[in-house]
Ligand binder design. Sequence first.
Ligand SMILES: NC(=O)c1ccc[n+]([C@@H]2O[C@H](COP(=O)([O-])OP(=O)(O)OC[C@H]3O[C@@H](n4cnc5c(N)ncnc54)[C@H](OP(=O)(O)O)[C@@H]3O)[C@@H](O)[C@H]2O)c1
Length: 241
Amino acid sequence: MLAKVLVIGASGGIAQALISQLNGDAQVESLVTVSRQSFSPLSGKHSHHILDSNDESQIKAFSIEQKKAGLFTHIICCTGVLHSSGGMTLKPEKRLEDMNGEQFAEYFKVNTVVPAMWIKHAVNLVNKEGATITVFSARVGSISENQLGGWYGYRASKAALNMVVKTAAVEYKRRAPNTVLVCYHPGTVDTQLSKPFQSNVKPGKLFTAAFTAEQLIKHTIALDPEHSPYYLDWDGKAISW
Ligand SMILES: NC(=O)c1ccc[n+]([C@@H]2O[C@H](COP(=O)([O-])OP(=O)(O)OC[C@H]3O[C@@H](n4cnc5c(N)ncnc54)[C@H](OP(=O)(O)O)[C@@H]3O)[C@@H](O)[C@H]2O)c1
């Protein structure tokens, strides 16, 4: 089956690399991207839509329109924030005293609610013969692997996203049973999101966005719906929830 792919959050560093690789992939018949930013289509098979995923009514209107145009085999939601969101500066918390409600709310809005709204509407957008919905989580969202502490808001928003995916997977099994849901950890990737923290990364462990896109496509393209949802790292290895 030729792929029809939707990439959400097209302006991001990882998203841009994904779009470029998917556009060059002969197995991809159609590539649809959405972002708050404008973006020139890369080819005849690529179309771009400007929308703000914080506004659910825009996701709904887009979904109704796209359903008529044809269903997706792969939906990849690349949105997320760590140290800035629009004009707002976010400071990943180092200690209890650093937590504040406004920052927490922003992490949850972009990292949890935005992908949750896409998962909500995607049930009407997935090809019922087989589809994958991938959201970008992070290893720090694992509750069982948290030995280091810190980054309360980012961690909690990614852990909450994982729970949204776990819960949605139960319902997808009834409503779109051939759909695979994936929480994906890309490793530390050289994008603006990781810039302030790159000096802490071990040599060889700061990945390019192009490598990340390759790994994601390789590890999520042919997963078995029976074992959905997955929580995978960049190497295709399972992370414990
Ligand atoms: N880079 C890393 O090292 C790393 C590590 C672990 C996990 N991740 C996760 O991977 C995903 C992609 O990260 P990236 O490195 O590509 O980040 P990036 O280059 O900063 O891209 C950010 C993305 O988030 C969206 N976004 C930013 N602020 C937003 C807001 N206020 N409202 C709605 N959308 C907003 C942007 O969408 P628009 O196109 O609409 O602007 C864009 O898609 C994120 O979920 C991140 O948490 C990244």
